[in-house]
Design a protein around this ligand. Structure first.
Ligand code: ZN
Length: 260
């Protein structure tokens, strides 16, 4: 395994991804994991002394006692989210054990944005190996849609959001998953996944016309549409698949272009 940057070096998202991939593949091969990954066994393989579920504010917490890590997970979170958090905490351990030119304690306590992104990337690679995602895409004849995301989520025991982010990374194309809930006639974005980091704090809104289109869709209907959405006040044309349900809709955006 290779060493990792010990400080706030600027790591491009593609080099972070490939390094995360290398680390995850090396670990998974050494531990002989199968899909869905048994994270408790993987933790034991990595020397984790205890994994507990507790009521806490944050999603997960990594503690070290005499050099041995233990992990606490937020028991209120959905199971798939707990799994991603656990994989993320295991990634912190992996980074700490692979740190070169940095004290063990510094590596262990490093929670910079860079290391958080790196741990997310490693967690995604551990839970959804590139080979599995590629295989699922091939068996769907290359069609990236909500059905594919559900298949990956089910096979790897991850959330649809995690599956969307991972597919977006693997194919290096737009694959944004956005959940809109409708309450008292108003549509609100309740989660989004698969967006590049530069869009992390972007405001995403629907135009009145798009809201009307979504409101008129039949329940349980899944269809492809060309809809206008607004990103940071810029109107964009999106090609997306919509799955409408009682409380709102799930939107998978596959193409985006500025509206001329
Ligand atoms: Zn973290």
């Amino acid at each position: 395994m290779t060493g990792l940057p010990s400080s706030e070096t600027v790591v491009s998202s593609s080099s972070r991804r490939s390094r995360a991939e290398d680390l995850a593949v090396a670990l998974s091969t050494q531990a002989g994991v199968t899909i869905p990954v048994d994270l408790e066994s993987l933790g034991a393989f990595m020397g984790v002394s205890r994994i507990t579920k507790e009521r806490m504010v944050e999603d997960g917490r990594l503690r070290w006692f005499d050099g041995a890590p233990s992990i606490a997970l937020n028991s209120d979170r959905p199971e798939v989210r707990q799994r991603f958090t656990l994989a993320h905490e295991l990634a912190h351990i992996l980074l700490a054990k692979n740190a070169i030119g940095v004290s063990f304690r510094t590596a262990v306590t490093q929670h910079s944005e860079q290391s958080e992104r790196m741990c997310d990337a490693i967690a995604a690679s551990i839970l959804m190996p590139n080979s599995i995602v590629t295989e699922q895409i091939a068996s769907a004849d290359g069609l990236i849609d909500l059905r594919l995301l559900r298949a990956i989520a089910s096979r790897c025991r991850v959330s649809m959001s995690a599956a969307a982010s991972r597919v977006s990374e693997v194919i290096d194309e737009t694959c944004w998953l956005i959940r809109w809930n409708r309450s008292e006639g108003k549509w609100t974005c309740v989660f989004r996944a698969g967006l590049p980091y530069e869009f992390a704090s972007s405001r995403i809104e629907l135009t009145n016309e798009t809201e009307l289109t979504l409101s008129r869709l039949s329940l349980s209907l899944t269809s492809w549409k060309e809809l206008t959405i607004v990103i940071d006040n810029a109107r964009m044309n999106s090609r997306c698949q919509i799955s409408r349900d009682r409380s709102g809709c799930l939107m998978l955006i596959r193409q985006l272009s500025p509206l001329t």
